[in-house]
Design a protein. Structure first.
Length: 181
């Protein structure tokens, strides 16, 4: 057996069995509830993945590309492939600390986008009390699973939050227009 040396290798090895388990699930509220029941913040899997992602942010392999400064970053961790069961995996860091966007609850709002086939998000707070907006409200750790055809501004509040997003077929659309306020 080959020993995994890097936290990046460890993360992928720990994450792949989950992808195999969810590859045929339909994104939406039922799947979100199931993931939070099976693999919520108190589960061994969640704790392992959260530890490895926090290390990845610190080491610089997770969410290493600035989108709008150092407080909004992302990285393509893996393109869709047979190994990832044709999920694309993106890691996003959003840190609302010192945010000047004037959004409700001082949230940091990212780029508006759509999910043609839905999205699975593992929400990991790096700051105690940080939360990620999901289709069922603020998630302070755990899972959000927007359904196919959903669209939104990603938002974080209360500090630094990482979202590990796995997208069926890697599909995400940034060329959609946000609704007028």
């Amino acid at each position: 057996m080959t020993q995994l040396k890097t936290t990046k290798e460890q993360f992928l090895a720990r994450f792949l069995p989950l992808l195999q388990e969810v590859k045929d699930l339909t994104p939406g509220e039922e799947t979100e509830q199931w993931l939070n029941t099976q693999y919520g913040v108190d589960s061994e899997l969640y704790q392992d993945l959260a530890r490895l992602i926090a290390a990845g942010v610190e080491e610089g392999w997770a969410a290493d590309t600035e989108i709008a400064g150092p407080r909004y970053r992302r990285s393509l961790f893996a393109a869709p492939s047979a190994e990832t069961f044709f999920f694309g995996i993106t890691i996003v860091l959003m840190d609302s600390t010192g945010n000047v966007q004037n959004n409700p609850q001082h949230s940091l709002r990212g780029n508006y986008h759509a999910h043609p086939y839905g999205e699975f998000n593992l929400a990991i707070p790096l700051t105690e009390g940080a939360a990620l907006a999901g289709p069922n409200g603020w998630q302070y750790g755990g899972w959000t699973v927007p359904a196919a055809g959903s669209h939104h501004y990603p938002e974080a509040k209360g500090g630094a939050m990482v979202s590990v997003s796995f997208l069926p077929a890697g599909r995400i659309a940034f060329d959609v227009k946000a609704p007028q306020a």
